[in-house]
Ligand binder design. Structure first.
Ligand code: AMP
Length: 225
């Protein structure tokens, strides 16, 4: 199963991708996580990338296409992948199509997670994660049961916030999404792959909607008209 999750920053792509990965066995590929890992390594490229991420702009297509092309050719992706954060431009979408064609692989679905933007700013500016296990939290609606302690793995003082989750960068990231990423939606709509789920519902209901899309035979009967 090869799928793409699309949605504005904070729509819940990463959360849903982690759940789908567990339930369906496809590999979760987050380009944002890959870039943050490079930044963490501290080399010169990482420093340049950090400037781009902290500004809310996009990393050049060429680099992202190369990164994903290399990653999806790895053996662990042969059973399927969930793309979270790629493609983010029409150029990336076209390059992905070629990449898959060259490898005789198809996309099964492109799922857009729709959320209202007021909610997004709150979601993003309040979010933090446990750096030990990746569990996500939010100041507004999902605080840990014990302050500073991860509910999931028990780690203490392990919470981290993304440096691009500040209000100014969030606004810029939303603008980037509208200007550069939203234009890929008609591209997938035309190909009949685009499906939309309501990202304002509780997390498990969003998962249920995605699972209904991914159920065998669902694609033919439910493509967005
Ligand atoms: P994310 O974790 O998906 O919100 O991505 C964080 C940041 O990484 C974005 O705001 C971009 O600066 C950069 N980024 C992630 N994926 C891509 C991509 N496919 N193309 C360009 N930039 C990306």
């Amino acid at each position: 199963m090869n799928i793409i999750l699309i949605g504005a920053p904070g729509a819940g792509k990463g959360t849903q991708a982690r759940i789908i990965e567990e339930e369906h066995g496809a590999i979760h590929l987050s380009t944002g996580d890959m870039l943050r890992a490079t930044i963490k390594s501290g080399d010169a490229l990482g420093q340049d990338l950090k400037k781009i991420l902290d500004s809310g702009a996009l990393v050049p297509d060429e680099m992202m296409i190369e990164m994903i092309s290399h990653r999806i050719s790895q053996p662990d992706c042969q059973a399927g992948f969930i793309l979270d954060g790629f493609p983010r431009t029409v150029g990336q979408a076209k390059a992905l199509e070629k990449m898959l064609e060259n490898n005789n692989r198809d996309l099964d679905a492109v799922v857009k997670i729709e959320v209202d933007e007021e909610a997004l700013v709150e979601r993003i500016s309040g979010r933090f994660t446990c750096k030990e296990c990746g569990e996500g939290y939010n100041d507004y609606f999902k605080k840990p049961k014990v302050e500073n302690k991860c509910d999931n793995c028990g780690a203490v003082d392990s919470f981290v916030r993304r440096t691009d989750d500040t209000p100014d960068t969030v606004r810029e990231r939303l603008k980037t999404y509208h200007d550069q990423t939203a234009p890929i939606l008609p591209y997938y709509k035309e190909s009949g792959l685009l499906q939309t789920v309501d990202g304002m519902l509780p997390m498990q209901d969003v998962t249920a909607q995605i699972n209904a899309i991914l159920a065998p035979g669902a694609a033919e009967s439910a493509s967005e008209s």
